[in-house]
Design a protein around this ligand. Sequence first.
Ligand SMILES: Cc1ncc(COP(=O)(O)O)c(C=O)c1O
Length: 481
Amino acid sequence: MVIKTSDGREFPVEMHKARMVQKISLIPAEDRLKAIKEAGYNTFQLKTKDIFLDMLTDSGTNAMSDKQFAGFMTTDDAYAGSMTFYDFVDAVKDVLGYKYVMNAHQGRAAEHLLAKTFVKEGQVVPTNYHFTTTKVHIELPGAKILEIYYDEALETKSTNPFKGCMDPRKLRDVIKKYGKENIAYVRMEATTNLLGGQPYSMANLREIVKISKEAGLLTVLDGSLICENAYLIMQREKGYENKTVGEIVKEMCSLFDIFYMSARKNTCVRGGCIATNNKELFDKITPWLPVYEGFFTYGGMSQREVGMMTVGMREMTDPSVAGSAVEQVKYFANRLEEVGIPVVTPPGGLACHIDARKFLPHVPKEDYIAGALTAALYIASGVRSMERGTVSMERNPDGSEAYADLELTRIAIPRRVYTVSQIEYVINRVEWLYKHRELIKGMKWVSEPPVLRFFIGSLDVLDNWSRELCDAFKKDFGKNL
Ligand SMILES: Cc1ncc(COP(=O)(O)O)c(C=O)c1O
């Protein structure tokens, strides 16, 4: 819920209370410098004992509800035919409107099954924007992902409420150029993760699906962040202000042939699913399910997780859940903007994104701008964020660097985990970092894996800037913070 004060300010109030807590601690800057060095300046490689606020991701890090924990206790542990799975099928029918559903162990496993079934060598997959794992699963069979967003999507400072839209003109061009048989499917991603959590509008979704269907193309919705997109449509799109998040979610799903999601986000558990109303399509995917995931009634998840996901599915469209991250992101981004920090606007779902190119204009693109800022933020605060820039890209087939469209430091907001006072702490440390940004220089690879290098690769700083940054921090805050 958002509270308005008498002087016109707004701030989000958490619509839940903590009944169980986990202790966290803030290690001093000198120890943080040691930890990030050991982690190869890659925040994925940090250990949580060294992290104060873990804002790496909203994936698998959300707080579950008491009812979800109860769902954990009342599940039916059976390899085959578990009634827990059939309860899940009912929840999917009620919430998303799909009749046929299978589980997968997480979102990328669903992507793997879809690519295995529908993507062939030489084909293309038009999308509003790629996600890292999606791209790899489409490229592994020898296909190509085509990102056909409106050009404005890459403007980090904007008032366009729907930068996650697909450009229909570009889709028509793609159809003309490649032909139906060379397009595996058209993929839309709800609140484009790598574009700063930006939503699409319902009007755009309808137009894209209409064009795709007229061309006889299969349509796939990546609904991993569907509730945030629905919440933003409710807030921003004319004609939807009086609809519920649940109604908007169902309307989106009704347009697509196939839906898939990572359960780690909106439903707050480990897992995923694929759903459809088309039995023929469903029957094409199912043979791969026991090969890669598991039996039809658990698909790589434990029944306990399926039970918790069922409750999470029924709870996720509640505005206090769907809006919990969106409202905190909005507050966070607006406050950072107020103090002059370049952030992605308008704020989207999942995270507050800092535009690292504008934050560090002196760092050349070859030196991994967002990677440097992400490491610097950890040194200055103990906050773990994620690089979403060139480090997160795959190299071109000839080995040359593929520079990212955007260089972002993503400070994710796990659902119902952190409070506004904790967000205020981050704002304060980002502000300090901005004042000392000249100290931050670039990075270089030390060890670079061939695929999804951002997960386990290690880097080093150029000119030992991390030492200087740490010393400046200690000078201002002492050696204990
Ligand atoms: C839009 C989107 N699709 C797919 C995935 C992959 O899901 P998972 O991490 O569960 O494999 C993610 C994960 O962050 C995502 O944001």
